[in-house]
Ligand binder design. Structure first.
Ligand SMILES: CC(C)(COP(=O)(O)OP(=O)(O)OC[C@H]1O[C@@H](n2cnc3c(N)ncnc32)[C@H](O)[C@@H]1OP(=O)(O)O)[C@@H](O)C(=O)NCCC(=O)NCCS
Length: 180
């Protein structure tokens, strides 16, 4: 479904029924992300949170994609997670990734009132670090040999509410467990 048009490019939500879209997305990601994700990882994200998968199309072909999810974190905060973001090399440096991240953040805040948004990226991925840090994401951890290629990762977090900057021990549980 078409969400918006920016600079003549269409930004869309993923259509779960469309096998061809799924193939285009998995091809784009496997061609440009270092981590070899299995088909089950794509399906897990796309089937469970289709509302957080956005594509950018040119003449009907997908040239950019972002895949995300939202879940409770330790049952005290609502955490958005950006799992994958890829732009076809021919279309980079035009602000497309920034638009996709903005769209994701806007909808996560509007629909689920997220407290924070998290992601990981390789420490050597200067482009991704610059993109996310310019949007306010902060480096919170270095994860030693996090990826299969043995590269380290930075974990980045964008804090959005006061809860995001409060220690877990001082936060109330999101849902009270039933008394036994
Ligand atoms: C990282 C990536 C998604 C950026 O996509 P993009 O559409 O070119 O990014 P944008 O045009 O929206 O750039 C936004 C900002 O990021 C920064 N940036 C993006 N690519 C950069 C690069 N290669 N080097 C330095 N800075 C870069 C720029 O500062 C830019 O801000 P500016 O417009 O003020 O200069 C794209 O290069 C890509 O698909 N890379 C391979 C996959 C990947 O690494 N994904 C991220 C994994 S977490």
């Amino acid at each position: 479904m078409l969400l918006t048009t920016i600079d003549g490019l269409s930004y869309n939500t993923f259509d779960v029924q469309d096998q061809d879209e799924f193939k285009q997305i998995s091809r784009l990601i496997s061609g440009h992300l270092s981590e070899p994700y299995s088909i089950y990882v794509y399906w897990f994200f796309l089937n469970t949170w289709p509302q957080y998968c956005y594509t950018v199309k040119v003449d009907g072909l997908i040239i950019g994609v972002i895949i995300s999810k939202v879940e409770p974190h330790r049952n005290v905060r609502v955490r958005g997670y950006i799992g994958m973001l890829v732009i076809d090399p021919q279309y980079r440096n035009r602000g497309i990734a920034s638009h996709l991240v903005h769209l994701t953040i806007k909808n996560m805040v509007q629909w689920e009132n997220v407290d924070e948004i998290m992601l990981e990226t390789e420490v050597i991925n200067k482009g991704a670090l610059r993109l996310y840090e310019s949007l306010g994401f902060l480096r919170t951890k270095r994860l030693y040999r996090y990826y299969l290629n043995t590269h380290d990762a930075y974990r980045l977090i964008l804090p959005l509410t006061a809860k995001a900057t409060t220690r877990i021990a001082f936060l109330e549980q999101l849902e009270k467990l039933p008394l036994v």
